[in-house]
Write a protein that binds this ligand. Structure first.
Ligand code: GAL
Length: 372
């Protein structure tokens, strides 16, 4: 989607939203007090500012809804579950129409969503599913299983596994175990890679065994922290890569982990070029796109967060005006209590020579910002 088209699309979207929700609104940056009428209040709860994408997600959705005349309360919870629950309780006390929630721990919000339901507040789970509650009305995200599948297929193709190449040394990582997405990412990739692990074409020198349904948690990195991934990679290299053994490929579920893993490899003497391992990623974070340009990461799965914000703004508007909320998946996402009707958006693989066409021409980044 070209930059001009994207701009036109968001202006058109804001205009259509504005047409339906024109009522008095007061701008309120991120503090929870709206000060003005709360009749048109939309609460937006984001997990943290320390993981790059959520800043983009929050700002884009907040801007769209404000442009459309809604009052918003945009909150970030520093990856602290209790803080997020308190923020949601504060929002509910202000009688919002809709809560948009990107949860930190998708299993911890049952009680506060009960309060939302009692106050007749509708809830949209944003990017990450909220589990164990009947009070999640809709879910909007990217196709999480496909994200992992694209990472697995990228490794399969890059290494020539389909042509019988190998063995190669693989180190698998998974995302935060409290994040419902992490399981989908990992399973998507592992369903591609597992046959090669079983056939011995992919070897895991660190001995991580991924057999059972929940075994992905043995390689999960809590809170998606770069520094934790870096320390874990240091440990694996120190313990299992002696005597000249080399890491050939790292399954990293997202860019924050990939950054830490690349820093570990660099500190252990790996240099971009000949023996540098394939590292996957997700989110197209700025530092990681620069690492791809510098051959320190092989790919990222880009999820254009603007399109997710656009879709959620439409869902909010449909809920507020009593219209039909658009969904395109009413089967996949069972949260343990119900199948939550969802709207899935397409993730896209980005490699070095596609950065301009996909990330710059679409306006996600400027060439200047990427040093291009
Ligand atoms: C996931 C999200 C990814 C990544 C990760 C860490 O839930 O889908 O895009 O950002 O969290 O923030």
């Amino acid at each position: 989607m070209s930059k001009n088209f994207r701009v036109l699309a968001s202006v058109a979207l804001a205009a259509s939203l504005a047409a339906t929700s024109a009522c008095s609104s007061t701008r309120d940056e991120s503090s929870s007090s709206t000060g003005g009428s709360t009749s048109n209040l939309i609460g937006i709860a984001m997990p943290t500012r320390s993981l790059e994408r959520w800043n983009n997600d929050g700002a884009h959705l907040d801007g769209l809804l404000k442009k459309a005349g809604y009052t918003t309360s945009l909150q970030y919870a520093d990856n602290k579950v209790d803080q997020q629950i308190t923020q949601l309780e504060n929002m509910i006390n202000q009688n919002p129409k809709v809560l948009v929630v990107a949860s930190i721990d998708g299993t911890a919000l049952g009680p506060v969503l009960d309060k939302a339901a009692k106050a007749n507040v509708k809830v949209i789970a944003y990017d990450r599913l909220i589990n164990g509650s009947p009070n999640v009305d809709y879910y909007a995200t990217f196709d999480n299983y496909l994200v992992g599948k694209l990472q697995g297929q990228f490794i399969e193709e890059k290494l020539g596994l389909k042509d019988g190449k190998g063995p190669f040394n693989l180190e698998p990582f998974a995302g935060s175990s409290d994040d419902n997405n992490a399981k989908f990412f990992f399973n998507g990739a592992w369903d591609v890679l597992k046959p090669y692990v079983e056939s011995g074409k992919l070897v895991i020198p660190s001995g991580k065994k991924i057999a059972g349904e929940e075994d992905w948690k043995t390689v999960s990195i809590t809170g998606w922290k770069s520094e934790t991934a870096q320390a874990e990679m240091d440990n694996r290299i120190n313990s299992f890569y002696t005597g000249g053994k080399k890491v050939n490929v790292v399954l990293s579920p997202n860019d924050s982990l990939a950054l830490g893993i690349a820093q570990s490899l660099e500190s252990k003497g790996y240099k971009p070029g000949a023996d540098y391992p394939i590292i996957t990623g997700q989110d197209a974070d700025l530092a990681n796109v620069k690492n791809i340009i510098a051959d320190k990461q092989a790919m990222t799965v880009w999820k254009d967060t603007r399109t997710l914000g656009d879709q959620v703004a439409k869902m909010v508007d449909a809920i507020v005006k009593g219209g039909t909320v658009e969904t395109n998946d009413t089967k996949t996402y069972n949260n343990g209590v119900k199948v939550v009707p969802a709207y899935l958006l397409p993730p896209v693989v980005v490699v070095k020579d596609e950065i301009k066409a996909k990330l710059v021409d679409s306006g996600f980044y400027t060439a200047d910002k990427l040093g291009l």
